[in-house]
Design a protein around this ligand. Structure first.
Ligand SMILES: Cc1cc2nc3c(=O)[nH]c(=O)nc-3n(C[C@H](O)[C@H](O)[C@H](O)COP(=O)(O)O)c2cc1C
Length: 350
């Protein structure tokens, strides 16, 4: 049914316009407590075998929505009501910014992929904080992903991230330092450990100072060389970070300028996960993202050592109840393998 709606209707409209309308619709839903609760009861993961605890936070299931959809923290509760176990909002920058000129989002339906060069369009940390304070109604785990304001020079990046973290860390179930988006000039240079160390140390100080000590993770690009992945992993362990999110979009493709996501990213994302797991074992929580399309992909990531899995592009092609379906099928698979919890699958083939 959704495939028909997608090919006959949605595909004919500009990708960003459809995204904007969807977010608006979900933001309205987020303000309708009865309907939201009804949907949450029907579609959110409730099966106890799916429960996962990561860095001290309880997740009703392992599968969440990756950063970039709910950039302004406008509709996390509605997203959770459709079946995602958690929502990573953002990327949010300290200051509001418009992002790159349009068009900046392109579908590649034949490859089940998307290219985007959005450039962190968002209304800034203070506005997001105001919205996050209002979040009420259904339980939802919210990760907050922060990035650098475009006009801030690289030499002042640490202070800019710290400003975002001060606003948002107290409201986040976990905080993510995003240094891996390809659409902010120079951002990915911050993945070099000489630059990453002072950045993570400074943001961690802010995260550690919140009343609940907010867990801190770093999100990395799939285009890092293997030695650089190892170096970031070593640094994350050394600094006592809670985890790594791998991966962001790739710039290794021949299409429009921007980051590629979806099916073509699957193999590299899995490869990065395997490398990270081999390096850190269970000393860090690994969140795997990139090219996840169905329950087989989620299962494979869990077996390879991910505690949580995220998706975004797969939702565009899989329809509104994509995550609910994946969680339902995952619960069945856990039982079929004779396990009493999905957590028993984590790292089995690592
Ligand atoms: C339109 C779009 C916008 C995105 N924006 C962000 C962002 O703001 N911050 C971020 O960390 N990742 C962003 N991402 C990357 C996703 O979070 C994810 O890492 C990537 O798309 C790979 O997952 P997927 O193949 O399931 O889409 C974005 C992805 C897409 C498709």
């Amino acid at each position: 049914m959704y495939r028909l709606v997608f090919t006959q209707v949605l595909r004919r409209f500009d990708a960003e316009a459809v995204h904007r309308l969807t977010v608006r619709g979900l933001a309205v839903l987020a303000r309708l407590p009865m309907l939201k609760r009804l949907l949450h009861r029907a579609f959110a993961p409730h099966d106890p075998v799916l429960r996962v605890t990561a860095f001290g936070v309880h997740f009703p299931g392992p599968f969440g929505l990756a950063a970039g959809f709910d950039k302004d923290a406008a509709c996390a509760e509605a997203i959770a009501a459709l079946g995602f176990s958690h929502v990573e909002v953002g990327t949010i920058t300290a200051h509001a910014q418009p992002g790159n000129p349009h068009p900046r989002l392109f579908r590649l339906p034949g490859e089940r992929a998307v290219i985007n060069r959005m450039g962190f369009n968002n209304s800034g940390a203070r506005a997001a904080a105001r919205r996050l304070r209002r979040t009420r109604g259904v339980p939802v785990v919210v990760g907050v992903n922060i990035g650098k304001t475009k006009v801030v020079p690289e030499s002042e990046a640490v202070a800019d991230y710290v400003a975002g973290a001060r606003e948002l860390a107290p409201l986040a179930d976990y905080l993510v330092v995003n240094v891996s988006s390809p659409n902010t000039p120079g951002l990915r240079n911050l993945q070099a450990v000489e630059l990453l160390r002072p950045l993570l140390v400074a943001v961690k100080e802010v995260a550690d100072a919140t009343p609940r000590r907010t867990p801190l993770l770093v999100k990395i690009a799939p285009d890092l060389a293997d030695e650089d992945i190892d170096a970031v992993a070593d640094l994350a362990v050394e600094l006592g970070l809670d985890g790594i999110i791998a991966t962001n979009t790739t710039i290794r493709h021949g299409g429009e300028t921007g980051g590629l996501s979806g099916r073509p990213l699957k193999a590299r994302s899995l490869e990065v996960l395997r490398r990270l797991r081999a390096k850190v074992d269970d000393r860090l929580t690994l969140i795997s993202v990139g090219g996840v399309e169905d329950v087989d992909d989620v299962w494979e990531r869990l077996l390879a050592g991910a505690t949580l899995v995220q998706g975004y592009t797969g939702w565009i092609y899989g329809g509104p109840l994509w995550a609910a379906r994946i969680h339902r099928q995952l619960a069945r698979r856990v039982r079929r393998h004779g396990l009493s919890s999905v957590t028993e699958a984590i790292g089995r083939t690592a």
